[in-house]
Ligand binder design. Structure first.
Ligand code: R2B
Ligand code: URA
Length: 287
């Protein structure tokens, strides 16, 4: 993280209320979070808790029963175990964007020097078996460019979105028997039409052949998976010079269908795979 890039207006605040986390700068943030080395993001609160418990077990730290959320849990669930923050980000880029802002301020106030940010998610796959772990090399937006586009003060702003190649290589090297692959990720603004599905509520006015042509085009561009958060994640982290990676397990092969109809056991098994890869990285650094 490059502290020089942090918003200079923050020093004018007497107290900064990290509203969505339910934390503020009157608390002992340095004591609670100053030693953070990894921030691991999951979609749901359940998965963030599950990961926190696994970190505790793998690093032989806290007892499972000590794993309690810090702050409020109305929007996000945040756990701290040893050098790891495990936090949920919800679905979609706006939700991730709010969390990235508040977590990054939190870590600056806490004095955590260079934390790694890793998103561990689920996704649709393209031409890979369900249960494949995809490490994102490049995140593309709905217009298929590796640029995050947003609006600030009524004007369009474009931010390049790059991830840390060296971190990707490190993660890939830890794969062992895990079914890991590297590839581009399409980051969509929605789950249904935005991902070329034909099972949304409204008539998208496109046919099966249009959908298949689109998916084939993505596949030819080297896109291996589709999810909803990687682009803002990459863009925010590039802007703050935070080393970041996105590691997601595929639930289905979109070349074969749209519906996510996996059993609860399969879903849990798949969601565990990115967690296992990231646990290996954390354990290696904790030796
Ligand atoms: C993957 O799964 C969620 C949608 O089901 C979304 O958060 C994503 O990126
Ligand atoms: N998450 C997505 O965003 N898309 C899928 O197809 C599956 C999970």
């Amino acid at each position: 993280m490059n502290k020089k890039l942090i918003n200079p207006h923050l020093k004018d605040l007497d107290i900064d209320y990290l509203y969505h986390l339910g934390l503020d700068t009157t608390l002992d943030l340095a004591g609670l979070f100053g030693d953070t080395k990894f921030v691991c993001f999951s979609g749901s609160g359940e998965r963030a808790k599950h990961f926190a418990k696994k970190v505790a077990a793998r690093l032989r730290l806290a007892d499972e029963t000590d794993i309690k959320p810090i702050g409020k849990t109305e929007r996000y669930h945040l756990y701290k175990v040893g050098p790891v923050i495990s936090v949920s980000h919800g679905m979609g880029m706006p939700s991730v964007s709010i969390l990235l802002n508040e977590i990054t301020k939190l870590l600056c106030y806490a004095g955590s020097l260079s934390p790694l940010y890793i998103r561990m998610g689920t996704c649709g796959g393209l031409g890979v078996k369900p249960g494949t772990v995809v490490i994102t090399t490049e995140a593309l937006g709905g217009n298929l460019e590796a640029v995050f586009e947003t609006h600030v003060l009524g004007r369009s702003k474009r931010f390049p979105a790059t991830l840390d190649e060296a971190l990707n290589r490190k993660l890939a090297a830890l794969a062992g028997e895990l079914p890991v692959t590297l590839g581009k990720t399409l980051c969509a603004d929605g789950f249904y039409e935005e991902q070329g599905r034909l099972d949304g509520a409204l008539d998208g006015s496109y046919a099966e052949t249009d959908k298949m042509n689109f998916l084939a085009r993505l596949h030819q561009m080297g896109v291996v998976n589709i999810e909803m958060e990687s682009l803002i994640f990459a863009a925010f982290c590039s802007r703050a010079q935070i080393s970041a990676a996105v590691v997601c397990a595929t639930l289905i092969d979109r070349l074969k269908g749209d519906q996510v109809s996996n059993s609860a056991e399969d879903l849990a098994r798949y969601a565990d795979l990115p967690q296992e890869l990231v646990l290996r990285l954390i354990s290696e650094n904790h030796k």
